[in-house]
Write a protein that binds this ligand. Structure first.
Ligand SMILES: [Zn+2]
Length: 327
């Protein structure tokens, strides 16, 4: 897909919506009998929440460097090429580093990579300068920070309100028999966020968080669902869903997830109490935590993860750290 022609179409009918993926992405999940399954409001908030965006900073720096070294800025083709490569680098990084395999399909990863790359491309085209790009990176982190807040607190903060008010989204109506369908054209991650957050806040759907894998899922029947329906690739679940595993071993508790949940709640509260939720502080730490979780599960040991959690408490190290790789 050429970056300048990138368009996604989201259409609404009733409480659910569909997103039109390019032909090449429609291969797997969410398709039953050849028909795309409708998505629930909040689906993309969960996906953005689960993504690890920590790679973006470095990939952006490489892009800025490449743009600055282009000899002739009028060479549209080269610029297009650079942004296409940038998009592919993001996608391959996401594909390699995602731990939430069953919440985010490779098709979703393609979508998020497209939208993120376009957001950078658009900012570059408007400003005609590469030094704007690091701030786009901050904006992506901010969107993730908003997703975390909306899922945790389910309320519009002043920062989220003004973000929504400043975003312009293209809407087209179409007719299907006698009913009118709303079609939103989206080209960036912020537009996807704004559409989904508004639908999510209007809808009465409730998200639950799984006690074994910490992933969010849509509540299905009972009131007290705490185990998700996603297959879990980690030990000891062996691709059983957390729900099935709990049914089979009701006394089992996941030590790593419990530790992560406690740390997450404490750090979130600290940042919320300081009024710093709209900054990029929490997502940066949280993305590193996801990475450390992956290592802990791979090694089958919680020790290094515990050290990381103890050594990176905001109450101990303050809120100015932007790189956690040395902890
Ligand atoms: Zn789970």
């Amino acid at each position: 897909m050429e970056i300048q022609n990138l368009i996604y179409n989201i259409s609404f009918s009733g409480n659910s919506y569909e997103i039109e993926f390019p032909e090449e992405y429609i291969t797997e999940v969410q398709q039953e009998n050849g028909v795309c399954q409708p998505l629930f409001a909040g689906s993309f908030l969960i996906k953005i929440y689960n993504m690890n965006f920590s790679c973006l900073k470095n990939i952006t720096a490489i892009l800025v460097d490449a743009l600055d070294n282009l000899e002739d800025f009028n060479m549209e083709y080269d610029i297009e090429d650079l942004f296409s490569n940038f998009r592919d680098t993001i996608a391959s990084y996401f594909l390699e580093n995602i731990t939430y395999d069953y919440c985010i399909s490779s098709r979703d990863i393609e979508l998020l990579s497209d939208l993120i790359a376009y957001q950078f491309y658009h900012a570059y085209k408007i400003n005609k300068a590469s030094d704007i790009l690091p701030s786009v990176c901050e904006k992506i982190y901010q969107i993730q920070s908003f997703c975390i807040q909306i899922i945790e607190d389910k309320e519009y903060t002043p920062a989220i309100r003004s973000f929504i008010e400043e975003t312009i989204i293209m809407l087209l109506y179409s007719f299907s028999n006698d009913s009118v369908i709303e079609n939103y054209i989206i080209r960036s991650l912020e537009e996807l966020f704004v559409i989904d957050v508004i639908q999510y806040m209007k809808a009465k759907t409730t998200l639950c968080q799984c006690k074994f894998c910490n992933k969010f899922f849509f509540k299905q029947k009972r009131n007290t669902e705490v185990y998700c329906p996603y297959p879990n690739v980690n030990k000891p679940y062996n691709k059983m869903s957390c729900r099935e595993y709990h049914k089979k071993y009701p006394k089992y508790e996941d030590e790593i997830s419990t530790k992560i949940m406690q740390a997450y709640k404490a750090q979130y509260k600290y940042i919320a109490d300081k009024g710093l939720l709209s900054k990029n502080i929490f997502p940066l730490w949280f993305n590193e935590l996801k990475k450390r979780e992956r290592f802990a599960r791979k090694e089958g040991s919680i020790k290094k993860l515990e050290d990381f959690i103890n050594n990176t408490r905001f109450s101990k190290i303050g809120c100015d750290i932007t790189d956690y790789s040395n902890y």
